[in-house]
Design a protein around this ligand. Structure first.
Ligand SMILES: [Zn+2]
Length: 268
């Protein structure tokens, strides 16, 4: 074992947090209290720099489906025994005019869909599948973990992570990169295969709890795959590598997600 990975392990151990949906321990040096104001600031500046669509059928659809996914997340956490977990979330759903095939959810529940992804989403269940997946990344703190790892690799010390709090520009870059928003700040790190898989599974469960047909999720990813063939991949794919395994997994998990949804939705 190299000294670097040993130090990283110590740091990971000292900054671990439990993912309530999976029960797994994760490495996260950021609390929601630190993360949410950072995210909100970047979210607001993103909206002010982009054309936000209001008063259209599509925009209303994003908001309606978003509310259902948010309500599903609340029911899911309550079912797991953490009804207060999303208390600090202030959900928001926006559609922006942008040809990129992209969508994301920042910590705290700030969701943005780009118009470019709507033809691939195709229908309500397709939108719900994308939204479930993006919301799952936020609920599972994947961005916070990515930020923590990239900062830890840079600094190898929790002290240095603390120091970053005083550097707004560094913080800005880290959060944009961690959530796949930062085309203006250089390369976007891909989420790891493990995080993708986790977001696929939780996302599928969320769409099932929200009452959407889970069989649409693998179909959505088939469309993503088809859209990427022969040309540069859609932006969502560049951060969300699609493969046959993802489609196969979604088919495999469909029945389980439906059963879980029935159980959760039958509770008073
Ligand atoms: Zn993803």
């Amino acid at each position: 074992m190299r000294p670097l990975s040993f130090l990283l392990m110590i740091l990971m151990f000292s900054a671990s947090k439990v993912n309530h949906l999976t029960g797994k321990k994760t490495f996260n040096a950021f609390s929601n209290k630190q993360l949410f104001p950072m995210a909100l600031q970047q979210y607001n500046s993103f909206l002010s720099e982009n054309e936000v669509i209001r008063g259209t059928t599509e925009q209303a659809k994003i908001a309606t489906i978003g509310k259902k996914i948010a309500a599903a997340a609340q029911r899911y956490f309550a079912y797991k025994g953490y009804p207060e977990y999303l208390k600090e979330y202030a959900w928001d759903y926006n559609l922006v005019k942008n040809d990129q095939r992209n969508a994301w959810c920042m910590p705290g529940g700030k969701i943005v869909f780009y118009t470019g992804i709507l033809p691939i989403a195709k229908n309500d269940a397709g939108i719900a599948a994308i939204m479930g997946h993006e919301v799952a990344h936020a609920l599972a703190d994947h961005g916070g973990q990515r930020m923590s790892i990239s900062l830890a690799q840079k600094s190898l010390s929790a002290v240095a992570i603390k120091a970053t709090e005083k550097q707004p520009e560094e913080k800005r870059k880290a959060i944009l990169t961690a959530y796949g928003i930062g085309s203006t700040v250089g390369a976007v790190l891909p989420f790891s295969r493990k995080h993708e898989s986790e977001a696929d599974k939780i996302g599928l469960e969320l769409m099932a709890i929200a009452g959407y047909d889970v069989n649409e999720a693998p179909k959505l990813w088939e469309r993503m795959k088809a859209a990427s063939q022969g040309k540069s991949p859609p932006e969502l794919l560049s951060t969300h590598p699609s493969n046959q395994r993802r489609i196969d997994n979604l088919k495999k998990w469909a029945a389980e997600a439906k059963t879980l949804a029935q159980k959760i939705n039958s509770q008073p």
